[in-house]
Ligand binder design. Structure first.
Ligand SMILES: Nc1ncnc2c1ncn2[C@@H]1O[C@H](COP(=O)(O)OP(=O)(O)OP(=O)(O)O)[C@@H](O)[C@H]1O
Ligand SMILES: [Mg+2]
Length: 278
């Protein structure tokens, strides 16, 4: 049962639009996106290049604001918050893994991971201990003093994830976390995200181009033409979970999610951006 008034979803977007530029150069990166994410979900967002995936992640991560529409976090209107209030929301609740790793190049892994705690004003000893623990939890114990240049791509992505989880966020937003990795390294990162979701209850929202990676999520959303991609769907039961509901056990044909990229008919989250197309 879902009583919207009594228990708002963790995240709700309504009619979110983001327009860049003006006149001839105007780009409508998002055009009326509706999205609900419940606490504890692991959701993959899919879509072609330029369809607004990073734009929506930046809005969800309070790094950008919509041109129009509503963003509610636990029922609070984020688009009405001041810049400082949004920054506090970000520091307290949101961890962000960027499409590039965005690590400071000449700075050690542990110092990179400590940064969000520095912004929070945590004392040095507590910062160091938390960063060490975050690096250990992503499998990088012993690499604390290496700079990004001394780490592999997969290890750099782990540092980026450690930096995102060191604050113990409610939500982890990961924009193409496997985009720069080979398949095996990509799978390891996905297993790490799945474990953070399963074992720590962190809500994970991830952007990916790859159906293999989306299959780790319990629900996939996207502005995709499902029918066209159907041949590429992985075999096996659908992993989708309806908000507040049970996993669809009936296979791809039976998924309860209207917007699941794996499910017919259409299955398109048609409002998800307008710039890209299949
Ligand atoms: N700062 C900006 N100024 C102008 N246009 C922008 C800006 N940022 C993004 N856009 C445009 O908005 C659209 C959506 O961009 P976005 O980066 O969200 O796409 P994406 O789905 O993440 O693509 P990719 O899969 O390639 O990362 C694109 O057409 C892009 O060119
Ligand atoms: Mg992007």
């Amino acid at each position: 049962m879902n009583d919207d008034a009594a228990r708002p979803p963790l995240i709700r977007l309504r009619g979110v639009t983001r327009v860049y530029g003006a006149g001839q150069a105007m780009v409508r990166a998002l055009d009326g996106v509706d999205l609900d994410i419940e606490a504890g979900e692991f959701v993959a967002i899919m879509g072609p290049s330029g369809s607004g995936k990073s734009t929506v992640m930046n809005i969800l991560g309070c790094l950008d604001t919509p041109s129009a529409g509503e963003y509610l976090f636990r029922g609070v209107h984020v688009e009405r918050l001041s810049r400082d209030q949004r920054a506090r929301l970000r520091r307290r609740h949101l961890g962000f893994v960027f499409q590039g790793f965005n690590l400071l190049a000449r700075t050690s892994a542990i110092e990179n991971v400590e940064l969000p705690l520095l912004y929070r004003g945590e004392p040095a000893a507590a910062r160091r201990a938390a960063a060490r623990e975050a690096l250990r939890s992503v499998g990088l114990a012993g690499r604390e003093d290496h700079t990004p240049g001394e780490l592999s791509g997969g290890q750099q992505q782990r540092v980026a994830i450690a930096r995102a989880i060191v604050t113990q966020p409610t939500v982890l937003l990961a924009d193409e976390p496997t985009g720069n990795l080979d398949t095996q390294r990509g799978r390891e990162i996905m297993e790490l995200l799945a474990a953070l979701n399963r074992d720590r209850g962190i809500t994970v929202l991830m952007v990916t181009h790859e159906l293999d990676m989306a299959a780790y999520a319990r629900r996939a959303l996207g502005r995709t033409a499902c029918r066209r991609r159907r041949a590429a769907w992985p075999a096996g039961p659908c992993h989708c979970v309806a908000p507040g509901g049970a996993a669809g056990a009936g296979g791809n044909e039976m998924c309860p999610q209207a917007h699941c990229v794996r499910c017919p008919p259409g299955g398109a989250l048609s409002t998800f951006g307008t710039a890209g197309r299949y």
